[in-house]
Design a binder for this molecule. Sequence first.
Ligand code: PLP
Length: 425
Amino acid sequence: MTSFAGQPQARPQAQTGSPAATIDWARVRADFPLLQREVNGKPLLYFDSANTGQKPASVIETVDMFYRRHNANVSRAVHTLGSEATEAYEAARAKLASFTNVRADDLILCSGTTFAINLVAYSWALPRLGPGDTILLTRMEHHANIVPWQLVAARTGVTIKVAEITPEGALDLDALYAALTPDVKLLGLAHVSNVLGTVNPVREICREARRRGIVTVVDGSQALPHMPVDIAAIGSDFYAFTGHKMCGPTGTGVLWARREHLDAMPPFLGGGEMIKEVRFDGTVFNDAPHKFEAGTPNIAGHIGLGAAVDYLSSLGMANVAAREAELLAHFQEELRAVEGLRIIGTAPAKAAVVSFLLEGTHAHDLATLLDLEGVAVRSGHHCAHPLMQFFGVAATCRASLAFYNTHEEVERFIAALHKVRKLLG
Ligand code: PLP
């Protein structure tokens, strides 16, 4: 078998690069079964895609099909099912590579961004860094790009410093570049903030860091779902992302690394799959990426993520970005007209993620009352305590949109918000 027999194909909606206006977005929305359901007797308004994205039928059916027809372990069995599973798994890696413009052999498939950044922390940073070295992190990092470095610091004596942001929630680039001093060995930065939606100029920042010999770790979790991402053009040393925010199954993700790092880094976890030969007097490791993929991976999940890549490619990420920019402009305009509402994060370059507070109301109360109206938003610290500390708040409400949302939903969201506001007096 050369193809994943019976694998559902994403229905082509448009050619990559064609204008978003030519896509029938209502039909696209119909590809997502869950969006048809009701919550609390109201049609669901899913505005929590930054938390996890909904899945098109083609992804759900691909995972279903794998377990119904092809289920076997990868890279071990020589029987037909084993080679079908391996072929489909490696095909998913190849799709992810071409989607992000890198070589498939430089992509490690893993459980998500959290795992990916921990891999870099333990395998790249731990053996290399020590007292006198600094890790620079931006104020807007998710805990997944903070805590692993703190664990490294606790074991090595490395210092952690912070690159600050402006009150609008953009990176203060002058301060950032001034902070790239010779003691800085690693810079960790988000491509897109999960709280503010700010899109950081990662290409320019990575170029500046590289000129100074500083290794860069870019957290792309919130970028991949919203825009075309060309990892090769960004020029970082490491780029991590998670599959479940980009229409893929949970427990899937990617770490891309420059080849020189992959070859030089020791394995993170030991076990099956990551070896060439094991003897009691020593083990010869496999080549990267397999050296970093110990144990049975999330086979069905990554094959499903490959289907998500097919689906997003059929839409065209430039079209997705254009569609979401329209929805965001509409949404922010409506929100600004709501009395007592404060948007947190107003940088000019923004993805469709909006944090806000309603005067006199706790974010959790607001989210709970919105849920009664069928509206799903996230409330809390969004795994970004240092950012909450910067804005002097304990929590925010966060509404995050995807291309499958509609202008009508934006209107309904605002109506629900007004209703809740009245209820709260
Ligand atoms: N980084 C950012 C910016 C995120 O938004 C998230 C998820 O919310 C993560 C990292 C962690 O992703 P995962 O839990 O899939 O590892």
